[in-house]
Ligand binder design. Structure first.
Ligand SMILES: Cc1cc2nc3c(=O)[nH]c(=O)nc-3n(C[C@H](O)[C@H](O)[C@H](O)COP(=O)(O)O)c2cc1C
Length: 337
């Protein structure tokens, strides 16, 4: 079972669902001697299957696939409508019709687990909670190692009790969605190094440290805590292999964007991104309904895909160090301490 402890370079390329992960990005990280993940959330099972096959055609090295664990929460219709009304003027300006109600979707979770069992990436990782023991057993029987993303020691203990093979400890400075097990959970806001240290002490599992990596010194510090590798997302966003939108790439290097914050404004789940007008206007009003809020804002984000003041600019605290160079260079530079 793959546990990230025999990589040529101790760098894991984060899964980045929603268009940033591409087969060529995942393969480039693995081909450089790191370990590339592919973000399988939001994709239909057939699209995931094609992507996994494409990655396997681009690298002989091991790689992994990440899925979001679904959680069904009751949506208060009035609260949802209030947020919808708040977004209505922006939607109208963009010519977008907002849906009156949004049905729950589990993102075809079971069908995507079936795809993984068939296609056998080296690792299946899970975010937003833990898969069932039955899912873990099926993956293991297919020779797929199971990893869980955690943001606290309690989550690490729960994952260890379930028998996962490794953990990804995601510190507060990480870009993109926070991995808390429940949608409504507040953010434990634990610094990456503190989290990795305590997660290893509590679980004894091989642990990858993630969050805020801006250069080789951060990688060294994560490894010094006992982690098997450091995971990077934000530093890969400007690489040519990533599917990052042009406006997002630009914002990462634009001096008008100075800081990141966590917000529920785009998806209903907490996620870290560059502060822009949309976040300033809506963060205090967004209800904790995922994926319903994500679907609600989807039309706006699509219609405004060129406008960095509207779209989600996911980024970790180390965003200023993201460079427009090939992903293999990012991986090698990070490991060159
Ligand atoms: C654009 C973007 C998309 C992300 N998508 C996912 C995802 O699909 N699954 C996941 O487990 N983590 C996702 N993450 C979080 C990463 O796995 C990782 O925790 C984070 O990027 C590490 O912090 P850093 O961005 O400061 O390097 C995403 C991060 C970013 C920046």
């Amino acid at each position: 079972m793959h546990r990230f402890d025999d990589l040529s370079l101790p760098i894991v390329g984060a899964p980045m669902a929603g268009g940033v992960s591409t087969p060529s990005l995942t393969a480039a990280v693995s081909n450089a001697g790191g370990f590339g993940f592919y973000g399988g959330a939001y994709l239909a099972p057939d699209a995931l299957r094609s992507a996994v096959r494409e990655i396997a055609g681009l690298t002989d090295a091991p790689f992994g696939v990440n899925l979001f664990v679904p959680e069904r929460v009751d949506v208060d219709a009035d609260e949802f409508a209030a947020y919808r009304d708040r977004l209505a003027p922006l939607a109208a300006r963009l010519g977008v019709e907002l849906p009156a109600t949004v049905p729950f979707t589990d993102d075809a979770f079971d069908a995507k687990v079936d795809v993984l069992v068939d296609e056998r990436p080296a690792v299946a990782s899970f975010t937003f909670g833990l898969p069932s023991g039955a899912v873990i057993d099926r993956l293991r029987a297919a020779d797929i190692a199971v990893s869980a993303t955690v943001t606290s020691v309690d989550e690490a203990r729960a994952a260890a009790d379930l028998g996962v093979d490794s953990l990804c400890a995601q510190g507060v400075s990480a870009g993109g969605h926070r991995a808390m097990f429940a949608i409504a959970d507040s953010d434990p806001e634990i610094d990456t190094l503190d989290l990795v240290r305590s997660v290893i002490a509590a679980s004894g599992l091989p642990t990858v440290g993630a969050g805020g990596v801006a250069g080789p010194d951060d990688v060294r510090a994560i490894l010094d805590t006992g982690a098997v590798a450091a995971q990077v997302g934000t530093l890969l966003l400007r690489t040519p292999e990533a599917g990052t939108r042009t406006a997002h790439r630009g914002a990462l290097a634009d001096p008008q964007f100075t800081t990141t914050v966590t917000t529920r404004a785009y998806s209903g789940r907490l996620a870290r991104g560059l502060v822009n007008d949309f976040i300033r206007a809506n963060s205090d009003h967004a209800p904790s309904y995922y994926p319903q809020v994500n679907t609600l804002t989807g039309g706006i984000r699509k219609a405004a895909s060129d406008d960095p003041q509207v779209i989600n600019l996911w980024a970790g605290a180390g965003f200023r160090a993201a460079r427009a160079v090939p992903a293999g260079d990012v991986v090698r530079d990070l490991a060159g301490f």
